[in-house]
Design a protein around this ligand. Sequence first.
Ligand SMILES: [Ca+2]
Ligand SMILES: [Ca+2]
Ligand SMILES: [Ca+2]
Ligand SMILES: [Ca+2]
Length: 283
Amino acid sequence: MTASRSILCGILLAMTAQSAAPQVLVSLEVQPPGVSPPANVYIDVNVSGLHSDGSNVQVGGWELEFVYDDGVFDFHPVPPAGFSGALGNVFGDEAESFIEPPAAGVFHLGVASRLEEYAAGCVFCSPPYLDDLQGDDIRLATVGLFVPAGTVFEGLSPIEVRNLVLRDADVHAIAGIAAPSGHIAVSDQDADGAGDSIDNCTTEPNASQTDSDADGYGNACDADLNNDCIVNVVDLGMLRTVFFTTDPDADFNGDGIVNVLDLGIMKLRFFAPPGPSAVGIGC
Ligand SMILES: [Ca+2]
Ligand SMILES: [Ca+2]
Ligand SMILES: [Ca+2]
Ligand SMILES: [Ca+2]
């Protein structure tokens, strides 16, 4: 063999050895990807690529810390339908799961394998048990979070996994696996704590959600006093008749009096329909 062929073979061998290493990827899947307060959101922690290159990596246990902004989200104690706990894809006899909050906005969770205990008797050696836990793609856990009504936030709230350890069936750590991060989109464009999906004035901050004529358009964006879906001289005439009174419908800014401030709000909305509202009756 020539020197150059020997070098080439060495490179090919190195490439083969490299491609044989497990291409294991841990990822986060947010369901749904966007929420408006109040709402539930679930985050799946998934592992993929355990078997795809023939390396036959089996996960025997894992742990991680899941980090979220506790100023935006609360931990949701009720898991999604079909889950016996906050952790997914774990059979009670096969592994023991744990979840504990070491600090605000952090969950330490994981699974300790009991496969070794059963090796002698081979209780779980046949499908579906091992197949379900040891497939190419595994959902390690599902974390449930809740964004309460009144949460003032608009944008992308970060989530992160840190201190991730995956262990094989012999409880050795599987090396070289990156911990994922991501975000949850929270939609409250006027940042008044009423999420866009329930806000009766989606572009006017109106935390009180006052809607004195109960048409689904909050007073803050409802200068349509005769409810014909247009603000015009008819509404202006009605405003005049209740000027300097406490008429609730014409008190757009909610300060208890109908005056020049409310007139100013009506002028800004002249020749336009009320709203926009997520819950309006349909103008
Ligand atoms: Ca609003
Ligand atoms: Ca209204
Ligand atoms: Ca009108
Ligand atoms: Ca007023």
